[in-house]
Design a protein around this ligand. Structure first.
Ligand code: DGT
Length: 231
């Protein structure tokens, strides 16, 4: 053990010699996924892959897909989800450079939360839904979206909405509370109720309504579960 490396603990030890464990961090917009990823970025065993927001806001140096999405959801949801799927598969397929790869969201949440929501709210039509789910089904069948553990960062919609307002990402100025409520319900259907779709891996649930200092304690308490999948 490298004594200088404070992040090296029993859990990391379990991983010496093992490789290719993929954790997907899921949760509503503004729930605190990035905070969790940043917390574990320092761990000797973890390669944290945040969402490629820069890619989404700068396509070919001239298109801000996230901005367009919220300005005119009916026009741009299909395009955005197609692009999100591409960037997510790229994250899934990225070679492991450390034993644990921690992804911010997955191909699965694009499908079960965003695409599902867009279809229910009619911001994509039946044909677009068919194309997106067709791609999803094929990618999953072709083993392009492997996940070993899901960490559900679970916050009340009011808390997520409040955090979105506070961080004030300019593209999200138009996000309505109803979207956050709908996405919350879809995460609950998918990861807690497990009604129509079974999650692709075991789920660890974290109560993310807490303030940052308390959250850090929570991450530490659950370190073993989050990094080793010892649920
Ligand atoms: P955090 O750290 O929990 O606050 O997470 P965020 O809000 O940084 O990250 P996320 O994934 O919840 O969303 C970033 C933005 O991108 C947000 O405005 C929603 C949008 N978004 C992310 N993934 C998808 C997707 O697959 N489809 C659609 N339509 N929008 C997405």
């Amino acid at each position: 053990i490298n004594e200088g490396d404070l992040s090296f603990n029993g859990c990391d030890l379990l991983f010496s010699g093992k490789s290719n464990f993929t954790v997907s961090v899921e949760g509503n917009i503004g729930s605190g996924k990035t905070t969790l990823l940043e917390y574990f970025t320092d761990s000797a065993s973890v390669d944290a892959l945040p969402e490629p927001i820069e890619q989404w806001t700068n396509i070919q140096g001239q298109y801000n897909a996230l901005q367009l999405l919220y300005e005119d959801p009916k026009r741009w949801s299909f395009s955005f989800n197609m692009y999100a799927q591409l960037t997510r598969v790229q994250m899934h397929m990225k070679q492991h450079i450390k034993p644990i790869k921690m992804l911010e969201r997955s191909l699965h949440s694009t499908r079960h939360c965003f695409v599902e929501n867009d279809y229910r709210n009619k911001t994509i039509n039946g044909m677009e839904y068919g194309i997106l789910t067709g791609w999803y089904d094929w990618l999953v069948k072709s083993e392009k979206a492997k996940v070993d553990l899901i960490v559900y960062v679970r916050a009340d919609p009011e808390v997520s909405f409040d955090r979105i307002k506070k961080r004030s990402r300019k593209e999200e100025a138009l996000v309505p509370f109803s979207l956050i409520e709908d996405l919350h319900n879809l995460h609950e259907e998918w990861l807690i109720e497990q009604k129509d779709f079974k999650p692709p891996a075991p789920v660890v649930i974290l109560d993310a309504n807490k303030e940052y200092d308390e959250l850090k304690e929570l991450y530490e308490t659950h370190r073993q579960e989050i990094l080793c999948g010892c649920v």
